[in-house]
Design a protein around this ligand. Structure first.
Ligand SMILES: C[S@@+](CC[C@H](N)C(=O)[O-])C[C@H]1O[C@@H](n2cnc3c(N)ncnc32)[C@H](O)[C@@H]1O
Length: 206
């Protein structure tokens, strides 16, 4: 992502008076977003360009709120690519050479902590194939490529630190109440009951 891309996005947002969008400069391996602040992450054909996909999915998991969802559209592979294709820069920027093997891609998402990881749709991909001579390794590589949409959910385990803090606060509050009047909270209630007037509504002194 570049500064000029950001400038264009902001100019377009102003043009259509879109006031509820915000654009931040960053990389998918290091999102400029605080922990657990995001409801949904969508991405179209970007992850395959990252040389460190496990880190991309760890970042996605980090910023999602508990229950937050991920939906990624990407290219994956169904077999190995020829060495010449893997080293071909044109094939890399064309989103082919950097693509991950299909099953490993899903494992990387799961490895970051996501649950309910599933491929919700898939189709063949041949964009740009015509630029290569028929029978060439580059042209053949497109047979290995599938366009997929994969989803996952950031269902986080309950934080043990949070429970311990809750128990500690309860204990501190209980001892504070006890310290004020020398009783525990249950005893305060029974003392009030004892000092109520008789059930005929008259007090003892009348
Ligand atoms: C194939 S385009 C897809 C663009 C857009 N998502 C779409 O659907 O039209 C890939 C985009 O990913 C961006 N990109 C590549 N590597 C990136 C990274 N590590 N972090 C953030 N963006 C990256 C590139 O600048 C480019 O704009």
């Amino acid at each position: 992502m570049t500064v000029s891309m950001l400038e264009r996005a902001r100019a377009n947002a102003r043009k259509i008076e879109a006031t509820t969008v915000e654009f931040r400069l960053g990389e998918i391996e290091h999102l400029p977003v605080a922990d657990e602040t995001v409801d949904v992450i969508i991405s179209n054909c970007v992850v395959n360009l990252s040389p460190d996909k496990p880190q991309v999915f760890r970042e996605a998991y980090r910023v999602l709120r508990p229950g937050g969802r991920l939906m990624v559209s990407d290219l994956v592979l169904n077999g190995p690519l020829a060495d010449s294709v893997r080293k071909n820069v044109e094939m890399y920027v064309g989103c082919i050479s950097g693509a991950e093997q299909r099953e490993r891609y899903r494992e990387q998402i799961r490895g970051a902590g996501f649950t309910n990881v599933e491929v919700v749709s898939e189709s063949g991909y041949a964009v740009g194939a015509d630029a290569f001579v028929e029978g060439s390794a580059e042209r053949e590589a497109f047979v290995m490529v599938t366009s997929v949409k994969v989803r996952g959910q950031a269902v986080r385990p309950a934080s043990p630190g949070g429970c311990a803090l809750g128990a500690l606060l309860t204990a501190v509050l209980a001892s504070a109440v006890q310290g004020q009047n020398g009783t525990v909270p249950g005893e305060i209630t029974s003392q009030r009951r004892r000092s109520r007037p008789p059930s005929n509504g008259r007090s003892n002194s009348s």
